[in-house]
Design a protein around this ligand. Structure first.
Ligand code: MIG
Length: 767
């Protein structure tokens, strides 16, 4: 990839067409803050499955030539394009933000081939493949970089020095911090430097490679096997603005139904109607709030998708309806692969209509999964997506209220799917090599579209595998973790990283999926999970049961306490989800997202924020009696003790088993509901507001929590203000008929109950 000298640059609107000695390229100034760098190795224009509507914001560009290149300026950026298609970006005031590396790649050669083979025989992971890639991007390391994002990766929050591959991988072994690829691929990261921040999205869905200063500390590296050189740089004044830029192109999560924010109880599997009913009854009897129960693969007849095992579930509709009366939604798993079996209509329809992936000879491609030999729907074809979505619609008609898409990497039990398997790609056939990372997204598109055709309710769709942009169709969970302490701890950075990659609606299996959980681990995990955007206890078939009641009274009490706290926080969480739909900003945030100018938070992976106002510092190790908590600038109220701490330093906080340290930022308002057994159990006529400090304002969203009416304006948006001891409510948007009758204010520890009228008129909170 040697472009040679820059010969000409023609600016047309916001696009600069560049001619080099050995090729062409272009720079698009998408907005005053967003730059795209493109060279069409594969297609002459963007070929994106992540950015489905290519947008541009009107931007005035000034261009000038300088010795060795051209400079394109927006109001905020100066983009210099030089020989060799090197691109350097400066701020308007001339600070270097990001520069292409000018040298060649160089890395220490590893030991010789024969030694590597020996090492491999002992079971070491060795790489014998050529490290060079068709597309290579090298950015100069300035020395002060921290890297965040990359979607679903384990390890610390800051990815400096790490190496990753983007290739969706089903890996149920404990996923330690050195794992290069997991179920999801999001080739987006945010670079935070002392005086600047920007994001980079490599819009290439082939297998891609990221080396963030591991092979050489002077540069960081992005590579791809194929596809185009096509990447976006998102600049901005802070991390939030950068992330919003990324989401403005790739999309945001839709507002979920309110019940989805409740507690979910799952297991592989509640494998019969009686087990489902038993679990439901136990939850209600013990007063553990819960909104959703899951059907894992055993609800199907011999793992055949879109069937029911009628022996174990003789009357699914009735069961689902009865559970619903008790306030439980039923969510079912949906795998993509279809069992090869004569007389099984799903298989026969698919085979007859050419709906399955084909091998290179044009025959249906088979591999094995749970159901045995199976075929894989070709979701790159619209007719297949429609077919699948209609089948899913039948599931919704039976009363199911959520779909959890599993095994969509796609998983195979009998060797990997060959790279030359053929995808129809709506009439422009292409290979698995190109489409692998997109399989989850395309399945998600089918399921999301099928949902809208079948139901007027908001979708609840969960995925295991995906690529950048999936947030438009589905939320996610982090797949098969383990009931081991290190994975409890890892989940914090993993979920925060997802949130910094546009996929803020996610969670890890609470209690851990594989391996056996213990009481202490479950207690700690439930008190952490209560703050995950997606809060689901789930465990694997061969492991110890881990519902909250399995480990005695003390653990049960701890779990119940935090699940109830979750229900009290529902309106706050819901407001954050509303914000996430509009901006892409995540619910669960690493401290660095809120305090990026504080160098002490940049490595913090064991504390996090829930929105701007709450901070959790969970106990993440066995037997932990105390932990250090870093409090950023300002003052913080210890939620449990209602005492104040000064920020800018560490405090030591005791962490008895029933305590996840929680802090409320000074000058905050946090809305709360009373505890309910499930969302909608009681009509909430009074809103509680936790108010700290002397001056705070807050926007609160309220609607029916169920359908799309809010898109037509059927919602209320309140402005709560607290200043000079006066609390006041005003309605910024009024479109939902129910309003609160009264408010309960908890102002710095003192309680006031006031009517709606008083709140609207302005109420003085006298001591
Ligand atoms: O590898 O459906 O991640 O949540 O319980 C087993 C059985 C296949 C993997 C999922 C897990 C689910 C399990 N599935």
């Amino acid at each position: 990839m040697k472009f040679g000298k820059l010969k000409s640059c023609r600016l047309r609107g916001q696009i600069a067409a560049l001619e080099f000695e050995n090729g062409e390229g272009k720079i698009e100034l998408i907005s005053p803050w967003i730059v795209n760098v493109f060279c069409g190795f594969e297609t002459s224009n963007h070929h994106s499955y992540s950015i489905e509507e290519h947008r541009m914001w009107n931007t005035e560009i000034r261009a000038r030539e300088f010795d060795g290149g051209v400079e394109l300026c927006t109001d905020h950026l100066r983009v210099q394009v030089c020989d060799g298609f090197k691109v350097d970006v400066y701020s308007a005031d001339g600070r270097l933000l990001c520069a292409d590396y000018r040298g060649e790649r160089s890395y220490e050669p590893t030991v010789n081939h024969a030694d590597l083979i020996l090492a491999a025989q002992e079971g070491h992971e060795v790489s014998l493949v050529d490290k060079n890639h068709k597309i290579e991007i090298l950015k100069a390391m300035q020395g002060d970089e921290c890297f965040y994002g990359f979607g679903d990766k384990t390890g610390s929050l800051n990815k400096r020095g790490c190496e990753y591959e983007m290739w969706n991988t089903n890996n149920p072994a404990p996923q330690m911090e050195n794992v290069k690829s997991l179920y999801k691929s999001v080739p987006f990261f945010i670079t935070l430097r002392e005086d600047c921040v920007f994001g980079l999205f490599f819009d290439n869905h082939y297998k891609t490679y990221f080396d963030m200063g591991k092979e050489n500390a002077s540069y960081y590296y992005i590579g791809a096997d194929d596809g185009n050189l096509d990447y976006y740089m998102f600049f901005g004044e802070n991390m939030s603005q950068v992330l919003e830029g990324y989401c403005s192109l790739t999309g945001t999560h839709e507002l979920p139904p309110l019940w989805a924010l409740g507690y979910h109880q799952s297991r592989w599997s509640y494998e019969s109607e009686s087990r489902m009913r038993e679990t439901a009854a136990r939850l209600r009897m013990l007063g553990i709030p819960c909104d959703a129960l899951y059907l894992d693969i055993d609800f199907m007849e011999r793992f055949k998708v879109f069937t029911w095992d009628r022996e174990k579930f003789p009357q699914p509709e009735k069961m689902i309806a009865d559970l619903k009366k008790q306030g439980f939604k039923t969510v079912a798993i949906l795998d993509p692969a279809v069992k090869k079996e004569e007389g099984y209509p799903v298989y026969e329809e698919g085979a007859e209509n050419g709906y399955f992936l084909k091998d290179k000879n044009g025959e249906i491609y088979y591999n094995k999964v749970w159901a045995g030999v199976s075929a894989y729907p070709d979701f790159s074809k619209k007719s297949v997506r429609d077919w699948w979505g209609d089948r899913e619609g039948e599931m919704l008609d039976q009363g199911l209220e959520g779909i959890l898409m599993d095994m969509n990497e796609p998983s195979t039990f009998d060797g990997l799917m060959p790279l030359d398997v053929v995808f129809d790609n709506d009439g422009s056939p292409t290979s698995h090599k190109e489409m692998h990372n997109l399989y989850g997204n395309l399945m998600g598109k089918a399921v999301r579209e099928g949902w809208s055709r079948a139901s007027t309710k908001r979708p609840f769709i969960v995925t295991r595998a995906c690529f950048a942009g999936m947030q438009k169709y589905s939320m996610s969970w982090t797949g098969d973790n383990h009931s081991i302490w290190v994975m409890l701890r890892e989940s914090v950075a993993q979920i925060c990283s997802m949130g910094l990659s546009g996929m803020g609606f996610t969670g890890a299996d609470v209690g851990g999926y594989g391996s056996d959980c213990s009481g202490e681990l479950l207690a700690r995990w439930t008190q952490l999970g209560a703050f995950y955007p997606y809060f689901r206890n789930h465990s694997s078939r061969p492991t110890r049961f881990q519902e909250p009641w399995r480990f005695g009274e003390e653990v049960l009490d701890v779990c119940r306490k935090y699940i109830r706290l979750r229900y009290r926080l529902l309106p706050y969480l819901y407001d954050l989800f509303w914000q996430m739909e509009r901006t892409g900003l995540p619910v669960m945030r690493p401290l660095v997202l809120e305090y990026e100018r504080d160098p002490r938070v940049r490595e913090i992976s064991d504390q996090f924020m829930i929105g701007p106002s709450l901070m959790a510092a969970p106990a993440l190790a066995k037997g932990m009696e105390y932990r250090a908590v870093y409090l950023p600038e300002g003052r913080w109220m210890d939620y449990w003790k209602e005492t104040w701490e000064k920020g800018g330093e560490y405090v030591l906080r005791e962490t008895p088993l029933d305590c996840c340290p929680l802090y409320v930022r000074e000058n905050s308002i946090i809305p709360m509901y009373p505890v309910q057994n499930y969302v909608g159990e009681t009509e909430i006529r009074e809103l509680t507001l936790l108010i700290t400090g002397r001056e705070a304002s807050y926007i609160h969203f309220q609607d029916n929590g169920e359908d799309m009416a809010y898109r037509k304006g059927e919602y209320n948006e309140y402005l709560f203000e607290y200043r000079d001891r006066v609390f006041q409510v005003s309605l910024r948007h009024g479109g939902y008929e129910r309003v609160y009758d009264s408010y309960r204010l908890l102002v710095n520890g003192k309680e006031y109950k006031i009517s709606r009228r008083l709140a609207e008129a302005g109420f003085a909170c006298m001591p």
